[in-house]
Design a protein around this ligand. Structure first.
Ligand code: HEC
Ligand code: HEC
Ligand code: HEC
Ligand code: HEC
Ligand code: HEC
Ligand code: HEC
Ligand code: HEC
Ligand code: HEC
Ligand code: HEC
Ligand code: HEC
Length: 337
């Protein structure tokens, strides 16, 4: 196709025939007016009934920054749709990632929880409000909940998930975050699956901070808000602890105990050299000055066993200490007590 024709075609596509659509908004939206929730309820009876029990159903128009309080606050003015029952004449949320859908929610929520939304990782990855939230929640739940006999629980009695989520945490998050699901299956983990905390205890899914963490400061401050004993300041500090707890810990779950990224002594040996003594092979026959000194009762590798298993057996104040260790004259900062 010659390029002139293609440009002409593009122009028609953008402007529409005779460029009319560029000047005025599409006719349906312009002509529709609000009809009120009672009108919607005449055709959407079940849905309207359960909506009255939801948080959004309890909002009065004057409480919001939009023109209409109930159905039409989200679905837009609906007179054309209500007159015809034509599904294309009302805003639906079938494309959860469309920015139109998000903007609808943000019309009211931009001021509070979703203030930072635009810059969040979820927003920039095409995850929308309705990827996680559902407004007509009881109905959604009812599709999934069944009694022991396999009977569906009715709309009326199905419970709503906290925060109008479409699923409870952590399952909601695990659906997309497989790696974290795997981490939380490990033997050492934060008690999220046990229900003692949620992903949202540490993360703000709408936030923009470092990995969307619920702290305006350093990640350490988040950890310290619960693990206060690790806060310091200490007289004898351990540099990597001051830098970031995540130097040694994975916040979600690990194979090694205590959420450690690696077991001891390997964890420590990544940064520290082996102890001088741990490389010492003890003679198994009495030798040297007096029998006792070098005759290690634990055999040749006794020193290795003592020093190269769990460093924190001796350096038990690995997060910092206020007491001098003084195992060696002039020493004192070895975090042993
Ligand atoms: C005269 C009956 C009638 C009234 C009144 C009515 N609707 Fe509907 N609505 C329908 C029908 C029919 C459908 C199509 C259902 C289907 O395709 O399963 C529908 C579909 C919808 C959909 C889904 C659109 C889609 O793309 O699937 C939404 C959202 C909706 N209505 C909202 C409303 C709202 C909000 C009101 C009040 C302003 C309202 N309706 C009033 C009959 C009505
Ligand atoms: C706070 C925003 C909001 C309000 C208020 C609201 N809806 Fe919805 N509606 C949604 C969203 C989002 C969806 C997409 C499905 C979901 O998340 O539950 C939806 C879906 C629908 C659908 C399509 C259901 C389907 O499964 O295809 C209908 C019909 C509907 N709403 C009607 C209504 C009616 C009637 C009212 C008032 C009684 C109402 N909505 C109030 C946000 C809203
Ligand atoms: C007309 C204004 C308005 C619109 C539009 C609106 N909301 Fe709300 N929403 C509110 C108000 C008011 C509350 C209750 C006060 C609060 O928590 O901020 C609320 C509460 C919520 C809550 C907390 C619910 C709970 O059970 O704790 C969620 C989640 C939510 N809205 C999500 C959404 C989503 C998603 C959309 C878009 C589909 C949306 N809202 C559209 C006004 C609105
Ligand atoms: C990745 C999932 C996810 C997305 C996307 C998401 N939210 Fe949320 N939202 C949550 C979770 C989790 C909570 C906390 C629920 C709880 O109370 O445990 C929440 C809570 C809320 C609350 C209630 C806050 C409160 O303190 O009770 C509102 C309002 C809300 N979200 C609005 C929105 C809006 C608007 C959008 C889109 C701009 C959105 N959310 C997108 C997961 C999400
Ligand atoms: C105890 C607090 C805490 C809890 C609970 C928690 N996280 Fe995290 N999460 C973090 C921290 C801290 C980071 C940053 C890790 C880093 O910087 O190395 C993070 C990072 C992430 C990341 C970014 C990728 C990565 O691993 O660095 C994702 C995705 C994530 N978390 C998802 C989740 C999900 C999903 C849940 C719930 C199942 C959850 N988190 C529960 C603290 C937590
Ligand atoms: C619909 C899929 C989806 C759901 C549901 C979802 N996420 Fe995400 N999340 C993503 C995508 C996509 C990213 C972008 C980065 C990536 O691919 O990991 C992301 C990124 C993140 C990050 C990293 C943010 C950063 O700044 O680096 C965190 C933390 C996170 N999600 C937490 C959560 C939590 C907590 C929940 C549950 C409340 C949740 N997510 C639910 C898709 C999802
Ligand atoms: C909301 C409070 C809270 C926050 C924030 C928190 N934790 Fe925890 N942490 C807990 C709880 C509860 C346990 C489980 C204790 C138990 O089982 O007795 C735990 C356990 C641990 C454990 C021991 C795990 C085990 O196997 O026993 C480590 C290590 C840990 N947290 C590190 C961190 C780090 C690092 C951070 C920051 C990313 C952090 N925590 C943030 C509450 C929290
Ligand atoms: C240099 C590596 C390292 C860093 C950095 C580190 N830890 Fe630890 N942490 C450990 C080791 C090793 C253990 C296990 C100690 C043991 O077995 O006695 C541990 C255990 C823990 C425990 C569980 C046992 C207890 O003492 O309560 C918590 C909670 C904990 N760390 C929190 C933190 C927090 C919070 C930070 C950041 C302020 C942090 N850790 C930084 C190495 C580290
Ligand atoms: C990410 C690197 C890193 C890891 C992992 C690490 N450390 Fe350290 N450690 C340091 C740094 C840096 C210093 C400060 C050294 C200095 O000031 O000369 C330090 C200091 C020490 C000191 C004080 C000695 C001195 O001369 O100041 C002891 C004892 C110590 N670490 C033990 C441990 C133990 C035990 C582990 C494992 C649980 C461990 N470290 C893991 C980096 C690390
Ligand atoms: C049997 C007890 C014991 C074990 C196990 C042990 N240490 Fe030590 N460590 C000490 C003593 C005692 C000192 C000297 C204390 C002083 O200077 O006051 C020391 C000193 C240190 C120092 C300070 C620098 C130096 O060489 O003087 C570092 C770093 C250190 N140890 C790292 C480790 C690491 C890494 C491990 C595990 C591979 C480990 N230690 C295992 C007892 C132990």
């Amino acid at each position: 196709m010659p390029s002139v024709t293609r440009a002409g075609l593009a122009l028609v596509l953008i402007l529409g025939p005779a460029g009319v659509r560029a000047q005025s908004p599409p006719p349906p939206a312009a002509a529709a007016s609000a009809v009120g929730a009672e009108t919607c309820a005449t055709c959407h009876e079940d849905l309207a009934k359960q909506f009255t029990r939801s948080l959004h159903g309890a909002i009065a128009a004057f409480e919001t920054r939009t023109e209409h309080g109930k159905c039409e606050a989200c679905h837009g003015a609906g007179s054309l749709h209500a007159d015809s029952g034509d599904a294309t004449l009302i805003r639906s949320f079938k494309d959860a990632t469309s920015s139109d859908a998000n903007q609808t929610c943000l019309a009211c929520h931009r001021q509070d929880h979703a203030m930072e939304w635009a810059g969040s990782m979820h927003a920039s990855s095409g995850v929308g409000c309705t990827s996680c939230h559902t407004i007509h929640q009881s109905r959604q739940v009812a599709q999934k909940l069944t009694t022991a006999d396999g009977l569906a629980i009715s709309h009326a009695t199905a419970p709503a998930f906290k925060g109008s989520l479409s699923k409870s945490q952590p399952e909601l998050c695990f659906d997309c975050h497989k790696e974290q699901r795997m981490q939380f299956m490990q033997s050492s983990r934060h008690p999220v699956r046990e229900g003692r905390m949620t992903c949202a205890t540490c993360h703000d899914p709408h936030g923009t901070n470092l990995t969307s963490l619920k702290t305006s400061e350093r990640p350490n401050d988040l950890c310290i808000s619960c693990h206060a004993s690790k806060a310091g300041p200490f007289v004898f500090e351990h540099a990597p602890v001051q830098e970031s707890c995540m130097t040694c810990h994975n916040p979600h779950g690990t194979v090694a105990n205590n959420l450690l990224k690696q077991g001891e002594p390997f964890l420590c040996l990544q940064c520290h050299e082996m102890h001088f003594h741990s490389a010492r092979i003890a003679p198994t026959v009495p030798a040297g000055f007096g029998n006792t000194f070098s005759n290690n009762p634990n055999g040749k590798t006794g020193f290795m066993g003592a020093f190269n298993t769990k460093c924190s057996n001796c350096h038990n104040k690995v997060h910092g200490s206020d007491l001098p260790s003084q195992g060696v004259t002039g020493g004192g900062k070895a975090l042993t007590r």
